[in-house]
Design a protein around this ligand. Structure first.
Ligand code: HEM
Ligand code: HEM
Length: 462
């Protein structure tokens, strides 16, 4: 079977190309969502395009399709490189991508047909869930066997993050999707909501975050040509995120009658998150101290740096908005949508793009096809994300304050209409950036030799 053929770095290449395709589709569906919110009647009543269907289609594709695919693809590069051994099976790697892509595609299509499990970020129906779970198993087995034959005995922190992410992702996906009881759902009442947010929160914190940090921990020292500032600090950050992040999902449902002890645990844990986040950021910033020019000169490094700044902002905002008095204004409005885009696109999505642009030249042996296009994509994503943040935060504050003053939800809609139009327009920048990125990544993989990025020639193959 040609699509499963053994080829050096074939798995990484296939994952990256798939991610680039999903990066066009996901934001495009997001744009349709935004059109719904800016002009609710424009798209009429086309059943497969109603908001209730396109919204989960959007989140599923961007989280799993775009970012998840790029980050798993990067893991297929990082583990063999860091452990100085070839991947156990390229064929199994490609098989895992096929199962993954088919799951995401069928999840999206079935949602458009109206089939949903009705749990946030777990909307795909159970046969799709089985595909996702199978992928996690295949990827884990492949990388675990790779680690088994390793030449390098020391496990660098990126390897820890990758294996933890795979184990946690499998578990939270299993529980969050109620995989043992597909027709009835998990449990009933409030415990079900707690479980759902243990999952929803874990998708970003235990799937995307560790995989993105694994990349940052690898790319920053390589680009700066400087050893990591502190390995002890890196492991402290690793263990503390696992201890704290796993049980704070209840901060999503503080306004419900869940037990008080659970709320207190969630809020104190959310504040405590500053510790693991700052250990990572301080460690990486001390590694790159005095070398920011080198980061800026490297396409991958540049994306990673931007992602880390978004990480800082997201994780300063996160603890703040987990305080009940703040949530009274920010909960259930566009403030949270701003935070969500900042974390998912700004932090993990931007680092995922950094991973693609950093690794591509190293696996193809030639520079990125067009460095200038990659730069344009960088700016489109950065400006788009900053625009999202400002517009949605402003809209959220207007909503929250209006509600506090007793105004009904519908009364405030005219006031935020302009923000919805702005959001849809800004979103187009991201869609354009993603389309340019797809062409660039495709040509970097299969086109003629590019002239743009000479950083690889300067740095050697690491
Ligand atoms: C890869 C890029 C993107 C990522 C990772 C992303 C991620 C997300 C996430 C996680 C949510 C759920 C937010 C929540 O429930 O709190 C969401 C919702 C949404 N996104 Fe995106 N998004 C991206 C690009 C876009 C683009 C380009 C647009 C177009 C304008 C867009 C428009 C929307 C809209 C309208 C919603 C629903 C908001 C609501 O329910 O009020 N997104 N997105
Ligand atoms: C210090 C770390 C963080 C804390 C304490 C935190 C806290 C929170 C809180 C309290 C909410 C719920 C807000 C509400 O509904 O009123 C929330 C929502 C959200 N957070 Fe974070 N956050 C953190 C980091 C992140 C990161 C790194 C990401 C992405 C990788 C992220 C993605 C999201 C998303 C997607 C939502 C929206 C969920 C939804 O309602 O659909 N967060 N966060």
């Amino acid at each position: 079977m040609t699509f499963l053929k053994e080829e050096s770095y074939g798995t990484v290449k296939a994952f990256f190309l798939s991610s680039a395709v999903w990066f066009v589709i996901g934001p495009l569906i997001g744009f349709i969502d935004a059109v719904h919110l800016a002009a609710p009647d424009l798209l009429g009543n086309i059943s497969w395009l109603v908001f209730g269907r396109t919204r989960p289609m959007h989140t599923g594709v961007v989280i799993f399709g775009f970012i998840g695919t790029a980050l798993i693809g990067s893991a297929f590069y990082l583990v063999p490189t860091l452990l100085r051994t070839p991947l156990y099976s390229e064929r199994m790697g490609k098989l895992s991508l096929w199962v993954w892509n088919l799951s995401i595609a069928s999840g999206t299509i079935t949602l458009s047909l109206g089939y949903s499990q009705g749990r946030e970020y777990a909307e795909w129906v159970w046969p799709v869930d089985l595909g996702v779970l199978l992928t996690f198993l295949l990827v884990f087995y492949n990388l675990f066997r790779t680690a088994g034959g390793r030449q390098e005995k020391t496990l660098y922190v990126s390897v820890w993050y990758i294996f933890a992410a795979l184990i946690y992702s499998f578990l939270i996906y299993f529980f969050g999707n109620a995989a043992w009881s597909p027709s009835y759902g998990a449990i009933t009442g409030l415990p079900d909501a707690v479980l759902a947010w243990f999952y929803g929160h874990g998708v970003v914190g235990l799937f995307l975050t560790p995989l993105a940090l694994a990349l940052a921990y690898y790319i920053v020292p390589v680009v700066c040509r400087s050893p990591l500032y502190s390995h002890s600090l890196s492991l402290l950050g690793f263990w503390s995120i696992l201890v704290i992040y796993t049980h704070i999902g209840t901060h999503h449902i503080l306004q419900t009658p869940v037990p008080s002890w659970l709320k207190v645990l969630a809020i104190t844990g959310s504040l405590g998150m500053i510790f693991p986040v700052m250990t990572v950021l301080i460690n990486l910033w001390l590694t790159m101290r005095g070398r920011l020019g080198m980061i800026h000169a490297d396409m991958g490094g540049k994306f990673v740096m931007a992602g880390l700044v978004w990480y800082l902002l997201t994780c300063l905002q996160g603890p703040l908005q987990s305080l009940p008095m703040v949530q009274r204004v920010t909960h259930l409005n566009n403030w949270v949508i701003a935070h969500a885009h900042m974390g998912v696109l700004g932090f993990s999505g931007t680092i995922a793009l950094g991973g693609i642009y950093f690794i591509l030249p190293r696996i193809t042996g030639r520079p990125i096809f067009n460095r200038r296009w990659a730069d344009i994509q960088y700016w489109l994503v950065l400006i788009g994300m900053a625009g999202f943040f400002m517009v949605l935060t402003a809209a959220g504050l207007i909503q929250g304050n209006g509600w506090q003053n007793g105004l009904a939800v519908y009364k405030i809609l005219p006031e935020i209409h302009i923000y919805m139009i702005l959001r849809a327009s800004i979103g187009l920048l991201i869609v354009c950036g993603a389309s340019l990125g797809l062409i660039n990544i495709y040509l970097s993989l299969y086109g003629v030799r590019g002239k743009g990025d000479t950083s690889l020639d300067q740095q050697g193959k690491t």
